[in-house]
Design a protein. Structure first.
Lengths: 838, 99
């Protein structure tokens, strides 16, 4: 008697690849036949991820699971609890951070509209701009691009196919070991598809009917890709590209190269294509790639995510007419606003030339902070580490100004594997990471497996509630050998290069667990020392992820050398709210005073016991949270991505005592927290910097038009780290300019605006080599531009007074004369500061 | 002559203060007494009191937006100009006010 389970889909992206593969894993090891059905429509074998996602089950759709067989009861219970846990769906930390930068619809900047430039609009998919020669890439059918070859006997073709799958799987494993972040996620998705039962069956059937192995693969893949392309869900349509990609890899395993031809780039290029596979993107010479102009490709497609992680500007949804007719013209792509200009003329190139200079200014400016230690304005040290999963991540993080690695995730080496990794493999990965850290401290977190991070070879029992189950350190005693193997690899790796290696355990709840963990580390060290290894004892720390640990840090201090707050899990447990469940995720607000109180308490307890304490959750990665983190008194933060230098720059502008005072007001109250949330209490992020500074003054401006000079002034603010969103700032300046000209007369102009794009009042001052027409009352072209940017939520009255005084000064001839006569930025800076009482 | 004025521009960042400064400068040069209230990004500053208004011969509004607390000026002679007018030609504005 089959068991039928009925559900309504509540996943934000529908039943997409990840949840489907979790169901497939259960179906795979069961003895029953498991079907996924969409109400009133087709059904699919649950073991085939591709068939399940092709059902296109959308949010709100009714769907069913039918289990028929010996273990139907157990299997259906397991699936039911999986569905009720929403498949552990959670918002990834990089996606969220990047998602903030991606505006929805295309816009044309006011400057280009004023200049009358013709643009082709798409949707902005990855910010930044680039220019180069357009290179058109046509995507053809897989089957058509196969070389002619007569099929041999079906058995021979089938063997050929199986070998090719093995080769492709090995190749994937190899690439997966080297990959990290987004690229690793992509490859993991490919690994799941490579074992898809229906895809394999479809290929085998075609071979049985006499097709050659490569033709069978190409046909089966195209058929699946077509089914996926017909889905309503964008996220599922985009998987078609992955199937296409996978077929190419399998066929490559037969020694046949198809479909992946990419042109060899010979100069800076803008690649134009209806669609592009991640594989193709990786094959293009990244050093010559200026941007991607694509057709109907989704904002969440793998190719776009990959391009974003490469910092490559991308626009999507560009009309087919343009995509097909683009010739080898030059083009300029703006991925922030979402348009492309074919054959940009001199004026457009000059405008964007200012952006290039601004980017260089910013790199130079920030790199000076990366080289220093993280320190606040009042001299409080906050170590700025980075999160990493591979030696490549470590290398990039250090190059971008991180003080060390505050979280090296080791579970990547275990997830989705059918066998445990061997010690040599682990050692290789860890030693490479230690080398890449080039002398800076690195914290290895021992494997964090369970709940949403499955490792099939461990055969962990199914649980009603995996997030409250056996995960992290809780599985260590049962898998002590696995832990010791990892610890051996870490200890041996620690002596391969200079630097401080630390180790920490995830999900510690009791003092006993921590004591046991520390004993394991010491035992492994002793064992290795007996074997002749001369390694200093590792510092052993723990993640603070459970409320139980957070509330009694002092008791753990006897067994832990340091602590790291894992706020992702701690907040879910604290608020009893699943962060992946849209219905309740808002409850898990890391800035809620009760949560801040717990963290503050943990920090105080750690310090009371003479131990240092850091934070490695997403909370630490959000730039806006920095004043809170500083106020909490943390010793270290470990952030996602490559923003070390930038975080240190922001830090240098904050005052810890001020942040601490405001935080205490928030926690101990009564402070009413308004619409702007907790952060607004910190006053524009608590950032403080003089509105006038030498690095904001440029006496050799190259702008030749009003449009250019506004862009150049905005570039000065961007270059000095005063804004992260120059495009938005520029639009706000133009919006104000539309009411009436900001030309004062006498060759002076004061463009200005209130804007969300700055967090403190600032003034960019420029002297133009060639005066430009500004529409001033007296008709005199402008030679001196002062761009005033005021944060929308400005409450730093002292800074606003500086602007008011500056405005008043400007109506006096003597003051203007002194500005005109200043011979250097330093001299002008001094004059302004003196006159404005700074 | 005793003059009081109010300046206010859309963003309250620059023109409000330039207009106030220019009116003060021109009035002093012409030998008038003047007090100008600014309604800008910092709110109302140099606020005109009831006696300031009562004793004034004329009120100048150099504004591009609505004047706040307008009721204070009921019954007074008011000259209204745009902010840029007061910046470009403050003496002309004073002349219109009877100065």
């Amino acid at each position: 008697m089959p068991t039928t389970l009925q559900f309504a889909c509540d996943l934000r992206h529908g039943l997409h690849a990840r949840p489907a593969s979790l169901i497939a894993q259960i179906a795979e090891k069961s003895k029953s036949r498991v079907l996924v059905k969409k109400a009133g429509a087709a059904e699919a074998d649950a073991r085939s991820v591709l068939s399940v996602i092709a059902l296109d089950i959308q949010p709100g759709d009714a769907w069913e699971i039918v289990v028929d067989g010996a273990d139907a009861k157990a299997v259906s219970r397991e699936i039911e609890s999986l569905v009720h846990s929403h498949f552990g769906e959670q918002v990834g930390e990089t996606d969220q951070a990047e998602g903030d930068d991606v505006p929805g619809a295309a816009k044309v900047p006011a400057a280009l509209m004023r200049m009358g430039v013709a643009v082709v609009s798409g949707r902005p998919a990855s910010p930044g701009f680039g220019r180069g020669r357009m290179v058109l890439l046509r995507s053809g059918s897989l089957v058509e691009s196969l070389p002619e070859r007569a099929a041999e006997r079906p058995e021979a073709e089938a063997a050929r196919f199986r070998r090719a799958v093995e080769v492709a799987a090995e190749d994937l494993e190899k690439r997966l070991r080297r990959a990290s972040g987004t690229a690793a996620e992509l490859l993991t998705a490919h690994r799941v598809m490579l074992t898809d039962s229906e895809l394999l069956a479809s290929v085998e059937q075609r071979i049985a009917k006499g097709a050659s192995a490569e033709r069978a693969v190409a046909q089966a893949a195209e058929q699946f890709a077509d089914r996926l392309r017909a889905a309503n869900s964008v996220i599922i349509r985009e998987r078609a590209a992955d199937v296409h990609d996978l077929a190419i890899q399998i066929v490559a395993g037969m020694g046949i190269a198809i479909g992946e031809e990419v042109p060899a780039l010979t100069e800076m290029s803008v690649v134009v294509a209806e669609s592009l596979t991640p594989g193709q993107l990786l094959k293009l010479d990244a050093t010559l790639l200026a941007g991607l102009v694509l057709g109907e490709v989704g904002l969440t497609s793998h190719v776009v995510i990959l391009a974003r992680s490469m910092g490559l500007p991308v626009i999507v949804g560009v009309p087919g007419v343009f995509l097909r007719s683009a010739s080898a013209q030059r083009a300029l792509i703006d991925g922030t606003f979402g348009f492309v200009v074919a054959d940009p003329g001199e004026p457009v190139l000059r405008l964007y030339g200012h952006d290039e200079r601004a980017q260089k200014r910013r790199r130079d400016f920030l790199s000076s902070f990366g080289a220093r230690r993280g320190e606040s304005r009042d001299g409080a040290v906050l170590e700025v580490g980075a999160n990493a999963s591979s030696d490549k991540d470590v290398e990039r993080a250090i190059a971008n100004g991180a003080d060390g690695i505050g979280l090296f995730r080791t579970e990547v080496l275990y997830l989705g594997r059918s066998r445990a990794p061997r010690e040599e493999e682990l050692f290789g990965a860890f030693a490479a990471a230690v080398r890449a850290a080039s002398g800076r401290p690195i914290i290895f977190r021992t494997f964090d497996i369970g709940a949403d991070k499955p490792a099939p070879f461990l055969h962990l029992p199914e649980e009603e509630n995996p997030f409250l189950g056996a995960r992290g350190a809780r599985i260590y005693k049962r898998h002590a050998t696995l832990l010791r193997t990892q610890l051996r690899a870490i200890v041996i790796a620690s002596v391969t290069a200079p630097g401080t290696v630390r180790v920490m355990a995830p999900m510690i709840t009791t003092v006993g667990e921590m004591k046991w963990f520390r004993e394991q580390v010491r035992a492994v060290e002793k064992n290795l020392a007996n074997g002749g290894l001369d390694a200093p004892a590792l510092e052993v720390g723990m993640m603070v992820e459970t409320p139980a640990a957070a509330a009694s840090v002092a008791r753990f201090a006897a067994h832990a050398d340091f602590f790291s707050m894992g706020t992702n899990d701690l907040s879910q447990y604290w608020f009893a709210a699943d962060r992946g469940n849209a219905a309740v995720s808002a409850l898990a607000d890391e800035l809620e005073p009760s949560f801040l109180r717990v963290i503050r308490g943990a920090v105080r307890d750690a310090h009371g016991a003479g131990k240092w304490i850091g934070m490695c959750g997403e909370m630490a990665s959000r730039a806006a949270n920095l004043p809170v983190l500083l106020g909490l008194g943390l010793d270290e933060i470990s952030v996602a991505g490559q923003s070390g230098a930038e975080v240190k720059y922001r830090l240098a502008r904050l005052d810890r005592e001020e942040c601490r005072r405001r935080l205490d007001e928030v926690i101990d109250g009564p402070v009413s927290i308004g619409e702007g949330g907790v952060l607004s209490v910190f006053g524009g992020g608590g950032a403080d910097a003089s509105p006038i500074a030498d690095e904001l003054i440029e006496l050799k401006c190259e702008a030749t038009t009003k449009e250019e000079s506004i862009r150049e002034m905005v570039g000065i603010l961007y270059g000095a780290g005063r804004t992260d969103r120059p495009g938005e700032l520029e639009e706000d300046v133009w919006a104000r300019e539309a009411t009436y000209s900001t030309g004062l007369g006498f060759g002076f102009a004061v463009p200005h605006c209130r804007t969300k794009a700055v967090d403190s009042v600032c003034v960019a001052v420029g002297r133009l080599a060639k005066p430009v027409e500004w529409g001033s009352n007296d008709g005199v072209p402008v030679r001196h531009v002062m761009l005033l940017a005021v944060p929308e939520a400005a409450n730093a009255k002292a800074h606003l007074q500086v602007l008011a005084r500056l405005a008043r000064k400007l109506v006096h001839e003597e003051f203007r004369g002194a500005v005109e006569k200043s011979a250097s930025a330093g001299e002008l800076g001094k004059l302004l500061k003196m006159e404005l009482g700074l | 002559m005793k003059i009081v004025g109010v300046t206010a521009c859309p963003t309250g960042i620059a023109h409000t203060y330039m207009a106030a400064e220019n009116l003060e400068k021109a009035a002093k040069a012409a030998g008038h007494q003047i007090k100008v209230e600014t309604q800008g990004s910092m709110g109302i500053e140099n606020e005109l009191t009831a006696s300031d208004v009562r004793n004034a011969d004329v009120v100048i509004f150099a504004v591009d937006i609505e004047v706040e607390k307008k009721e204070r000026f009921e019954g007074k002679k008011v000259i209204k100009v745009g902010v840029t007018e007061a910046i470009k030609n403050p003496s002309g504005v004073l002349a219109r006010a009877g100065g």
